[in-house]
Design a protein around this ligand. Structure first.
Ligand SMILES: [Zn+2]
Length: 329
């Protein structure tokens, strides 16, 4: 078994070696082929499975192998708007008009509930509005496809794209797969090392099962047997890793544009003024369009301290990973 230190040094050296190459490739990736990096695992049919290996985040500040993406999805006059949450986008320094609208509705629902009771239609309507403006969460991770079955590792990539033929793809996932990851991380019997460890990690199997007429990913999980990635493949994928903090699943709108959408949704304003998106904004996400999970549209009431719940889970996963890391040495 290699010591942690030498492993880290080796990884650092490899990262440096390919940093230059990535810099030039990075721009091309963002500019014209914004969504080519996403692996459309959800194209797999019910009864099939896909095996992937999670890889580390190129952003070394992230102790996890995945990152949370927070966005809003709101329909106004038949048009669906998707954009990153401004609060999260600003590093939690500026408030988000859409989150504020949601909080306002939930606060009013709470007040109304005291007067009218939880089941009153007015209370239900206010909660529904709160949920309409509430943030959505999706996760992204670097992966290499070990066995895609019918979903080719290059599925969905334009052959002209600079990422065609590369091995690293981004796995976009929601609650179901997230919970399968968490239950694997918290199972004391299952993992012997960090799942994204190149030499001693664990592959992850995405199992597609039926839940009524929908696909479910609830039975996914880490493979109990650890395995090493091929050393040549390891070197290649280290050069291709994405910085998850830079991965966008939906466009980034400036705060005025978000405010306009919120105003329009509240019926306070005429149609959103035609505003040119500023900067390097990719087209709306194909990922979110194609990918539905059971329960996506439920307007479950938001927990009052939603922010700290989410952060608590993240830091819990991070401490589990640290424990696994220490177990190796
Ligand atoms: Zn927001």
């Amino acid at each position: 078994m290699t010591s942690n230190l030498s492993k880290q040094e080796r990884l650092a050296a490899l990262r440096n070696k390919v940093a230059e190459k990535n810099k030039s490739q990075g721009e091309g990736r963002q500019k014209n082929y914004a969504y080519d990096k996403f692996y459309p695992f959800y194209k797999a049919d019910i009864g099939k499975s896909i095996t992937v290996r999670y890889l580390p985040d190129r952003n070394e500040k992230n102790p996890l192998f995945y990152a949370e993406k927070v966005y809003h999805e709101i329909e106004v006059n038949g048009k669906k708007h998707r954009f990153q949450c401004h609060y999260h986008e600003s590093g939690k320094t500026e408030s988000c008009p859409c989150c504020l609208a949601s909080q306002d509705f939930y606060a009013r629902a709470k007040e109304a509930e005291k007067r009218l009771g939880a089941k009153h239609p007015e209370v239900e309507a206010l909660k529904k509005q709160g949920w309409r403006f509430y943030k959505r969460v999706e996760y992204v991770a670097n992966i290499v496809v070990i066995d895609g079955g019918e979903v080719d590792p290059n599925e969905g990539i334009d052959p002209e794209s600079p990422v065609y033929g590369t091995d690293v793809r981004i796995l976009p996932f929601r609650k179901q797969i997230y919970e399968c990851i968490q239950s694997g991380l918290t199972d004391p019997e299952l993992l012997t090392a960090e799942p994204h460890d190149f030499e001693e990690g664990h592959n992850f199997m995405i199992k597609v099962t039926a839940q009524g007429e929908n696909k479910s990913y609830n039975s996914s999980g880490f493979r109990p047997k650890p395995s090493a990635l091929d050393p040549d493949l390891t070197e290649k994928v280290i050069g291709e890793l994405y910085d998850l903090s830079e991965v966008q699943i939906v466009p980034r709108f400036d705060v005025e544009r978000i405010q306009n959408i919120v105003d329009e949704a509240l019926g306070n304003a005429p149609a959103e003024p035609a505003k040119k998106a500023s900067g390097n904004v990719p087209k709306p996400s194909r990922v979110a369009d194609d990918y539905q999970e059971e329960g996506d549209d439920e307007h479950s009431p938001a927990p009052s301290n939603a922010e700290s719940v989410s952060e608590g889970v993240q830091s819990k996963a991070s401490s589990i990973l640290n424990r696994l890391k220490n177990r190796q040495s």
